[in-house]
Design a protein around this ligand. Structure first.
Ligand SMILES: *Cc1c(COP(=O)(O)O)cnc(C)c1O
Length: 430
């Protein structure tokens, strides 16, 4: 379908204004808000598939596996389409493994990251037959070895190494520097691999790193690649063969005019380095999260009250920090646009939610022409929004809809008070 009067939003290729209203693919957002209420998360299936295709293009002709870091958005409806498109999964808990299985995904495509895996989670993942454990400390190596020996299975392992490169991102989402809790120091890596290789319950299969998140430049990846290849060289020289090299995730998206490299342009450059150093035959694993789903989603919210003031004007909307915690948590910027732009002059607003915290804001100093009852879309809300949602203030979590072409499907119903009270009433015996 083509529309004469159509305007695309920067960084949101599957969203556009048509005849003065905002659409996702072939569905008007206001229609979804009417049908399902607000706050409402809406995801474009075409945007997710296009983001995955961008990685697949960058890795074309290679032995590579893309393992979606599902903590970015673990909705079963999202996992299902990624699994069907050939994606594996990077999990950080037993619950995430159970989600992959519940969505019909294969445990054999799963890799398990995270600094605090419990014995029970290790056992579950071993018995399910996951592809690899990304081990984050020497202590974890010992425990995984014990658990594997007690189950009579051999655990496939990579060790997450801290390449100590600065991803030049927000300190809370930079993970590959020396002061982080993640991974083990590059200097300790070889000795740790030698220990791992000597443990009867373990089978060394790869090396792993993940340097941070919302990375918008090429340089940190290029530096990390060099550091990791130095290590693979040393490990293999010590007689421990390495099957795969896992490069983690971290590629950024466009929230506010950032211009991260596309996966399709970044990976050929990194693969060139891999080839030049003689490691081109190794399997490559990637763990993208945000870059697969972040720009595919929006959160639709209704303006409840306008509260103009002497120093600040507050626009109070029905979405809050419990729905979309990134602004409160990281001072993150999300663009906020009206579903139907008005022609009046704009006023500058603090866009805030109903939660009883001064930190409950979605946008500072946003120029918008508004009336109460208007609908707004918080953009780039596909990653680390709903997945970080909570019940703070006893607010039920939002509903989620997946759009594909002209069809829209509810993939998570709005949480009810019964959903919220269930664990307590069960415990109280009421
Ligand atoms: C969060 C995480 C990712 C994904 O990061 P993005 O920035 O969302 O791509 C990948 N690997 C590990 C180990 C992670 O913790």
């Amino acid at each position: 379908m083509t529309h004469a009067n159509q305007m695309h939003l920067p960084g949101q290729p599957h969203m556009a204004y048509r005849d003065g209203a905002l659409w996702v693919e072939q569905v008007a957002l206001s229609e979804l808000a009417r049908q399902y209420g607000t706050p409402l998360f809406v995801y474009s299936q075409a945007a997710i598939i296009a983001a995955l295709a961008d990685y697949q293009a960058g890795l074309a002709g290679r032995r590579a596996r893309i393992c979606y870091a599902m903590k970015a958005n673990p909705a079963l409806g999202v996992i299902r389409i990624l699994a069907a498109a050939g994606c594996g999964f990077d999990i950080v808990s037993g619950g995430e493994l159970q989600r992959v299985v519940a969505a019909g995904g294969q445990a054999s495509t799963v890799i398990f990251s995270g600094v605090g895996k419990t014995r029970a989670e290790m056992r579950m993942a071993l018995e399910a037959g996951i592809a690899c454990f990304n081990v984050e400390s020497e202590a974890e190596l010992d425990v995984l070895n014990e658990v594997a020996l007690s189950t009579g299975l051999r655990a496939p392992v990579s060790i997450r190494v801290n390449p100590n490169v600065d991803p030049q991102t927000h300190p809370y989402i930079s993970t590959g520097l020396k002061g982080n809790k993640f991974g083990i120091a590059h200097e300790r890596a070889l000795a740790t691999y030698q220990r791992a290789a000597s443990m009867a319950g373990l089978r060394v299969v790869g090396v792993d790193c993940h340097i941070g998140s919302q990375i918008t430049q090429e340089a940190p990846y290029m530096d990390a690649m060099d550091r990791m290849l130095d290590l693979v060289e040393a490990i293999e020289a010590a007689g421990i063969p390495i099957t795969h090299i896992d490069f983690g995730g971290g590629l950024g998206i466009n929230y506010n005019g950032e211009r991260p490299p596309s996966a399709a342009s970044l990976w050929p450059k990194l693969l060139e380095k891999l080839d030049a150093r003689g490691f081109g035959a190794h399997q490559l694993l990637l763990e993208p999260g945000r870059s697969l789903v972040g720009n595919a989603g929006v959160c639709v919210t209704e303006v409840l009250y306008l509260k103009p003031g002497e120093t600040k004007n507050f626009c109070i909307v029905d979405a809050a920090m419990n729905d979309l915690p990134r602004p409160a948590l990281y001072q993150a910027y999300h663009a906020i646009v009206p579903l139907r732009p008005r022609s009046q002059a704009a006023t500058v607003w603090e866009v805030v939610g109903p939660v009883c915290e001064s930190g409950d804001w979605l946008g500072h100093e946003r120029a918008l022409a508004l009336s109460s009852g208007d609908l707004l879309a918080v953009l780039s809300a596909g990653a680390y929004c709903m997945s970080m949602a909570s019940n703070y203030n006893s607010r039920g979590r939002a509903a989620e809809v997946l759009v594909s072409g002209s069809s829209a499907r509810l993939i998570r119903s709005r949480e009810t008070i019964d959903d919220q009270l269930r664990c307590e009433l069960r415990a109280l015996g009421d």
